[in-house]
Design a binder for this molecule. Sequence first.
Ligand code: MSP
Length: 510
Amino acid sequence: MNKKNFYITTPIYYPSAKLHIGHAYCTTIADAIARFKRLAGYDVFFLTGSDEHGQKIQRTAESQGVTPLEYVDKIVEGFQELWQRLNISNNDFIRTSEPRHQKVVQEIFKKIQDKGDIYKGSYTGLYCTPCESYWTEHQLDENGCCPDCHRPVEKVSEEAYFFKLSNYADRILDHIEKNPDFIVPTSRRNEMINFIKQGLEDLCISRTSFDWGIPVPDDEKHVIYVWFDAVINYITPFYDDPDRFQKFWPADIHLVGKEIVRFHSIIWPAMLMAADLPLPKQIYGHGWLITDSGKMSKSVGNVVDPMLLIDEFSADAIRYFLLREITLGQDGNFNRDALITRINSDLANDLGNLLHRTLNMINKFQGGIVNAFDGESEIDKSLKNDAINTATEYKNLMENIQLSDAVKKVWTFISRANKYIDETMPWKLAKDETQKQTLSNTLYNLVESLRIISILISPLMPSTAQKIFEQLNLNDFEKIQIEDALTFGKFPINHKINKPQQLFPRIEVK
Ligand code: MSP
């Protein structure tokens, strides 16, 4: 049988500084989706990378007395280390400074130019260097600054190549209107529709004022505009491989922050139309992680370093918080106290206790052996129904990318399983010889619930899921599939479990 394919991307991050928790947020969401799709039997391609060209990087490198490449090499190493420590399962990592990318960008440029949709002209405009974006007068904020980052813009005039974006306005509008799921959420979709309706101007796609970029084919004094270069990363990994191109393109989801939806849902599709390539299926614009002092930004000085958080609390605790606390598409607050509360109540307490109590009781009352079950009480029946309903609803929510709701569902079931212990009181059953089978049934239902829980949390908290698997002494964690969570009663009988080990220590609040 042919495997189903799934392709998801994150934006490629600027290596102008170290990544903060806001960047980790986007990559964590993409990772949870990618892992869920693998769990659901898809052949997944998950891509992230670094967007290395442009004037800002060149200037920063110069100010530090190193070449742009030397400068980005170091920072990008930090990106890759962060993704590794955060347990990100990307299949490839694109650096736009790589020759494989340069080649594809020049080919696409040439293809569109040969078709007549790239022409040479002259450009005078207002440029925001930090955002690498040109703005028109009426797009500036009330202080005459960049509408995105609110820093001053510069007037720039240069001979330049232009992409005939205006030619594609009608086709793109038509595509957005005919495909309600092309841009999600709806608020972003409406913004884009309004944006296009105001008219699209041709896009200036080359620069001569600096040289840290991909040269325009046959006109090397120009480098290609960093956004034109950057979006092409999404096809770089398989542009020269027709089988893989066919398999993974068009992408299923480009997951991006809300401020860059425009580049992904208007400019990138127009470029693809011009190059006669299919459009991505969906652009998902997520919200921002904000702190008590507003959107995280280096200039404001309120950035939170994800590496330090991982050192202090573990990758899975951070992943859990990001996935659970913020509704995808909306802005969400990042706050240390809230993080600690979640770790203590949801992870150390709810999940940790369920595992610990269950394994302890099996060790104490049954010598560490999971016995066969026989019969079921009303309470057993209701627990089993809840388990199956949880797994089914979780699957639907994950398929619809309602990650935070999916997480909440699992935790409702964890609370329910803890309550089952209180209701059935295995320590009481253990004292009564005539209740031996009931005790076996109860403990069976608990380990089986834990097996299901560990499968459901595997896309969210992969190393915790694996630890639970190991404590349950189950094999083949890598081979689990979502179907394994949809049936109650798969836990092996006469099976020896291991000693419980703490998953998350309680954080003492000073
Ligand atoms: N290089 C471009 C993207 C090119 S994609 C072809 C870029 N880079 S970025 O490093 O500035 O931002 C990358 C992503 O991080 C964006 O989607 C942005 O929304 C996201 N975030 C930056 N700060 C963020 C928060 N505080 N919260 C959530 N996401 C944030 O744009």
